[in-house]
Design a protein around this ligand. Structure first.
Ligand code: NAD
Length: 359
């Protein structure tokens, strides 16, 4: 029987990389009945929203989706559809395995880290108060009354909620992932010395969960600023990293940098029984429609999806095929060539062809 999976092509480079991933999955022999669902700026005219209800309903029904990147306007306009999907479906865990592939130019070798990022809380909760608005002035007044702390009247305010429930849930996910995938250590990361009541709470919750795994999985804590330096200097000391939303977002890109860039960094957003798989990279609008960018991150996200579905053998084969194409360095996109202007670089669809041939 075929798996029914929602495919959101995305915008910018999204449709090109999702098509590549779809073709690679189909080539593994795993039968998938793809249900295409739209989202993003391009569909506002048609549905009056960048996230149509039918798209959410499709993911809810199929429980698994493969998603291309979607553009978010900066500063003004609609809020991130990517964040909205995670919130609407309570996809509380963002999983980002970061592994070195031979043949990718990088300052580091043998990187093998897993980022587990909380996806629903923190400064990403979308609770914001715009500068100059009456409610913002009221909030500033309330805060002054409650905390004796003054906020400048010409401030905008973003709220950072971190709950014990959310923090324990993500810590539990990180430890369970470590157990299931033969990992040794979980490092919780925050800025607890400064934000005692939110980041401090995150450590407390993680510590609590860690007790259940004593003797099985090691636990340690790091401050985010120190962690940035540690990862650049001695990434080999770390294993599974568990972080609140914002730090997790930033550290994911740092780790993608350690393995040679966004072109090969996959991801998954997981809830209790729904999973959406997507690359870390965005819609790179300047490359739209050029058949230029690297499909590997999206294909490797599909590898995570196959693994999640229990199609372990197909997942392994596809992962190996990607690794082989990258290691050979012939049929790869510009970003994987020693010189970015190398005329022998192939396009998105040709790299997908090479992966399929290597399967
Ligand atoms: P981006 O990841 O889209 O692109 C940054 C740069 O990284 C690109 O210019 C390109 O040089 C490189 N790059 C990205 N993907 C690549 C690939 N597959 N192959 C080769 N090179 C690649 O980041 P951005 O420019 O900050 O964001 C563009 C848009 O994407 C924004 O609107 C942002 O909100 C959105 N975004 C969406 C998601 C998502 O859908 N989950 C994630 C991140 C950003």
């Amino acid at each position: 029987m075929a798996y029914k999976i929602t495919l959101i092509p995305g915008d910018g480079i999204g449709p090109e990389v999702s098509l590549a991933a779809r073709r690679c999955v189909d080539a593994t022999g795993v039968k998938v009945d793809w249900e295409i669902a739209e989202a993003g700026a391009d569909v506002i005219g048609k549905y009056g929203t960048p996230l149509p209800e039918y798209t959410l309903a499709s993911i809810r029904k199929n429980k698994v989706a493969l998603k291309g990147p979607l553009t978010t306007p900066i500063g003004t306009g609609f809020r991130s559809v990517n964040v909205a999907i995670r919130k609407e479906l309570d996809l509380y865990a963002c999983l980002r395995p970061t592994r070195s592939y031979k043949g990718v130019r990088s300052r580091y070798e043998d990187i093998d880290l897993v980022i587990v990022r909380e996806n629903t809380e923190d400064l990403y909760a979308g609770i914001e108060f715009e500068v100059g608005k009456p409610e913002t002035q009221r909030l500033i007044g309330e805060i002054a009354a409650l905390s004796q702390k003054k906020i400048r009247p010409d401030s905008g305010i973003s709220i950072k909620p971190l709950s014990i429930t959310g923090s324990k849930r993500i810590a539990k996910f990180a430890f369970e992932y470590a157990v299931k995938h033969g990992r040794k250590k979980v490092t919780a990361i925050s800025k607890a010395n400064i934000m005692k009541f939110t980041d401090g709470l995150f450590f407390m919750a993680a510590r609590d969960v860690a007790k259940e795994y004593e003797g099985k999985i090691e636990y340690e804590e790091r401050l985010i600023d120190n962690m940035c330096m540690q990862l650049v200097q001695k990434p080999e000391l770390y294993d599974v990293l568990c972080l609140p939303n914002l730090y997790g977002d930033i550290l994911s890109d740092l780790c993608a940098g350690l393995i040679g860039g966004l072109g090969i960094a996959p991801g998954a957003n997981l809830g209790e029984d729904i999973a959406v798989f997507e690359a870390i990279h965005g819609s790179a609008p300047k490359y739209t429609g050029q058949n230029k960018v690297n499909p590997a991150a999206m294909v490797l996200s599909a590898v995570l999806m196959l693994d999640y579905l229990g199609e372990k053998e197909a997942a392994k084969r596809l992962d190996k095929a990607v690794a082989k194409v990258i290691a050979e360095g012939k049929s790869v996109t510009y970003d994987l060539k020693p010189d970015r202007n190398d005329p022998s670089a192939v396009g998105t669809s040709q790299m997908a062809d090479a992966i399929i041939a290597a399967l």
